[in-house]
Design a protein around this ligand. Sequence first.
Ligand code: CO8
Length: 381
Amino acid sequence: MKENLMSQVVISGTGVFTPQEVISNAELVTSFNAYADLQNEKYVDEIAEGSRQAIAHSSEEFIFKASGIEQRHVLNKSGVLDPKIMHPVFPKRQDGELSLMAEMAVKACNIALEQAERAATDIDAVIVAASNHERAYPAVAIEVQQALGVEGFGFDMNVACSSATFGIQAATDMIRSGSARAILVVNPEICSGHLEWRDRDCHFIFGDVCTAVLLEQKNLAIATDQFEIVSTKCLTKYSNNIRNNHGFLRRSLPAGLSDQRDMQFMQEGRKVFKEVVPTVANLILEHLGEENIDVADISRMWLHQANKAMNDLIGRKVLGRVPEPDEQPNILQKYANTSSAGSIIAFSQNSNDLADGSLGIICSFGAGYSVGNVIVRKRIL
Ligand code: CO8
């Protein structure tokens, strides 16, 4: 029953908008170390008397070894790298102008539409699924809907790093049940805006990007290359190990508490690594079991792009052996962690070569904790 219903939806197009500006690990470390030196100089007396700790230098070697990241794309490099600023700086836009997230989203959506050989008039809904949204309302999705010229409806959703796969599940279920024929799920991730670039433990982790996935009713899709949604499975388990306390009640906090370190991205990286790896591997295996799919029949896994060692370990646990590089492509070396967009970039850039009927897995995981797994089957018309 489930198989019949789910088989009615396909991914007919994907799009990736990549910001032009790139920060290498070397540039990032130089800027961080200059910031550390400035701070250590400013607080030299407190550091000497022991009431403040000196900020240690960051290192390129550590970053590559601990994460596999070599560079990241960002929307504004100059602000991030200025040791007196250490965050992106964006000119204020008027309410009548397209907002930053909507601008990225429109670019990624247009690529997905072109790939699917579709026009905006063929689409019934837009879901903007991302880890952070530029404002509370109106929903960014409704702005994207208007900018593209889509009739129907749009809404925003947030499941942190799993926003894209949870969005795919939501869209699949809506198409399956008949509330829409075709839905764009778009993931504008401006991670540079909520990363703490002044924290050595995490300053290297994230980058900016936007991905889009077009899902359509299978019998209407016309693109030559498609991926049928075989099944989706989502899981959440509450954890404070990845947390960001920025929120609309910020202004209401007692004096002095409205701008704290915990209002940017925070994590206990080691704990996340240890706890998330088995959860993800188990969920993938459980999901395949429920669908009566043999692991050996999976040709490719497009995993969330947070950490290379994490992906290697998940691949080993799922396959029961060391995965071949083309079985589990990584893009984090070029993009860093782009939150929910990571697995979609990997999918979009590494799926053309698969033969008709090949099975694959798009799997995301992160804050929440959240895990979203999508089993897909290649379909060539
Ligand atoms: N340079 C040099 N040394 C460093 C640096 C640095 N930059 N940073 C830390 N060190 C030092 C530490 O001080 C420590 O020293 P010591 O041993 O003397 O105490 C040593 O290096 C080891 O530090 P760690 O234990 O922290 O290093 P790890 O090996 O654990 O690597 C990682 C850190 C890379 C963060 C790793 O733990 C990891 O990748 N964990 C998984 C994290 C993960 O997947 N998180 C998912 C988060 S993404 C998500 O869910 C989306 C959230 C919403 C988006 C937010 C966007 C901003």
